[in-house]
Design a protein around this ligand. Structure first.
Ligand SMILES: [Zn+2]
Length: 431
């Protein structure tokens, strides 16, 4: 990653911002959106139930070795194999790709694995075509089979990070940028995998029961599970985020630019709910520069401030319950109360931009200021703050679980939906 952009640089990206509207309309809009924010749920989600206290206390995570920074013999670290230079088109990049494939195919076989490839020249490599390969890991409801109309009905929570590393300085690792975010997403996928299966099995069992009972369920087509059930989750590991010489619109975000374009021009069947894969993204959550201590993540975008608030609430509840290891003076996500008039048109250049320009809703999880090690040789495993890395994995796991309605199926210890309702909702109010 990435660079800060001033207001002026990005005017063209945000021409649809309500700030260009007449003042009166603007205040009306402000009132409406404020009310909406308080009473409804994040974009793309219809029923949003906070996880119970029990679910948060029994949040699935992973063994301590997940974030080991040294590859030991027989080590099963998710992170260590990514802590090598991984410039696109090099052997290091290939090894890291293989690590992702090995992990998902051996531990998460229900996730569909897909590559999206492109090539480009770069200002550093002359006429040579450099390959850029994005990896997409997807888990949809089992009734929304790939290649069918139902595939195009699924709205996917999309979590992303880039796995490539800087071309120069030679030997640059990029632990926060973005090996750690990739490893965090791997742990999140594994943490919610079992619960997704249990939830969808439950839905299918209910449907079957209805059908057997006759009457109510009679004649229901699969799509009549209701929109509520058509939620999937996918992880995108971007290649080629980094600039090779100097960050420009063409020397940066090679992988994400190619993917946004490809998905925009991949139509679903005409009868599907969504016209293409880009439109099927409910929210793009982009993680970048995470793993240094005391991160401060602003809320960058008004239109996803609701989702930011949900994430911040999760952090606060996890801290209150003593689930997190870190105890920073200020929370990682301090901006829940940010008023509408404090949102500006400035944002940080990163892999979300090609998607945002095409109308995709974005939650950008990147600290401001950047970690001190950013784009230096100190951005390596030794400079990571592992309690912070592990806390991010827990916060993101809870966010995905909440978004995917996994309360009640999240832990195998068996938290019951509605359990300790009284105390749970009281805590929620207090926070
Ligand atoms: Zn970078």
């Amino acid at each position: 990653m990435a660079r800060h952009s001033g207001l002026g640089l990005n005017n063209r990206h945000r021409s649809s911002q309500p700030t260009s509207l007449p003042r009166r309309l603007l205040s009306a809009l402000l009132l409406t959106t404020t009310t909406t924010l308080l009473t409804t749920t994040p974009a793309g989600v219809h029923a949003y139930t906070p996880l119970s206290t029990c679910s948060l206390q029994h949040l699935p995570s992973g063994p301590p070795s997940d974030f080991d920074i040294h590859p030991g013999s027989g080590s099963d670290s998710l992170l260590a194999p990514i802590l090598i230079p991984r410039v696109p088109g090099t052997e290091g990049s290939r090894l890291v790709q293989q690590h992702f494939v090995d992990f998902f195919s051996s531990q998460l076989p229900d996730w569909t694995l897909e590559w999206q490839n492109s090539t480009s020249t770069t200002p550093a490599t002359g006429s040579q075509l450099i390959p850029f390969s994005n990896l997409i890991l997807r888990r949809d409801p089992p009734w929304a089979k790939a290649g069918t109309k139902k595939e195009g009905n699924v709205k996917r929570l999309t979590l992303a990070a880039h796995y490539d590393s800087l071309y120069r300085p030679e030997g640059f690792i990029g632990a926060v940028d973005s090996a750690a975010p990739c490893a965090i997403l791997m742990q999140v996928a594994r943490a919610v995998d079992g619960a997704l299966g249990r939830r969808w099995e439950g839905v299918m069992a209910r449907k079957q029961k209805e059908e057997e009972g006759g009457g109510l369920g009679l004649g229901l087509e699969d799509e009549e599970f209701g929109e509520e059930e058509e939620k999937g989750v996918q992880i995108v590991l971007f290649d080629g985020e980094e600039a090779w010489v100097r960050w420009t619109n063409t020397d940066s975000t090679y992988g994400s630019r190619a993917l946004a374009e490809a998905w925009e021009s991949s139509p679903y069947e005409a009868s599907s709910t969504h016209s293409n894969r880009l439109e099927s993204i409910s929210l793009l959550v982009l993680l970048d520069l995470l793993g240094a201590e005391n991160p401060r993540i602003p809320s960058y975008f008004w239109d996803t401030h609701g989702a930011y608030g949900d994430l911040a609430k999760i952090e606060a509840r996890l801290r209150e319950l003593g689930v997190l290891e870190t105890a920073p003076a200020s929370p990682f996500l301090p901006d829940s109360g940010k008023p509408y008039n404090r949102f500006t048109r400035g944002y940080i250049q990163d892999d979300h931009v090609p998607f945002m320009e095409r109308g995709v809703k974005v939650l950008h999880i990147i600290p401001t200021p950047f970690p001190p090690v950013w784009h230096t040789m100190d951005d390596d495993g030794e400079h990571l703050d592992l309690p912070t890395v592990r806390d991010w994995a827990k916060i993101m796991t809870a966010f995905v679980a909440e978004w995917m309605d996994l309360d009640g199926v999240l832990s195998e210890e068996g938290c019951v939906v509605g359990e300790e309702k009284g105390s749970g909702s009281m805590e929620k109010d207090e926070l």
